[in-house]
Every structure is written in C-alpha cells, then in structure tokens.
Design a protein around this ligand. Structure first.
Ligand code: SF4
Length: 61
C-alpha cells in the first residue's frame, strides 16, 4: 500500500501525523509521506488519516 499527499491541497492541519505518525509527518507547514511503502501494521491508521483529512489531500493506492 502506498500513500500520497497532494501538497497543493494540504492545509497543514497536522491531523494525519497525529493519527498515523508511522507514515505522515509535518515538514514546514505541510504534511509529507516519509515511507515508500506503508508498513502492514500501520495500514489501518494510514487509511483512517486519509478518510479524516479535512481537505481530502491523501490518496491511498
Ligand atoms: S490531514 Fe490532510 S490537510 Fe491535514 S496535514 Fe494531513 S494531509 Fe494535510
């Protein structure tokens, strides 16, 4: 599973990092995905962060 963030859409709220710090972290005023492949034990939290992103900036493949 791969997660991507559209940095043009991200408003830097920090929610994804707080839900799934194994995959997302804040850099400057935007969130980034810092793993190439989402670890199996972080998939559920990773999807939850995608679902709860207020501007739908996170896509999961
Ligand atoms: S939850 Fe969405 S808007 Fe908030 S920091 Fe993460 S990607 Fe950006």
């Amino acid at each position: 599973m791969i997660a991507k963030i559209d940095s043009d859409i991200c408003i830097g709220c920090g929610l994804c990092e707080s839900i799934c710090p194994e995959v997302y972290r804040m850099e400057e005023d935007k969130a980034v995905v810092y793993v190439t492949v989402v670890p199996a034990d972080a998939e559920e939290a990773c999807k939850k962060a995608s679902d709860e992103c207020p501007v739908t900036a996170i896509t999961i493949e």
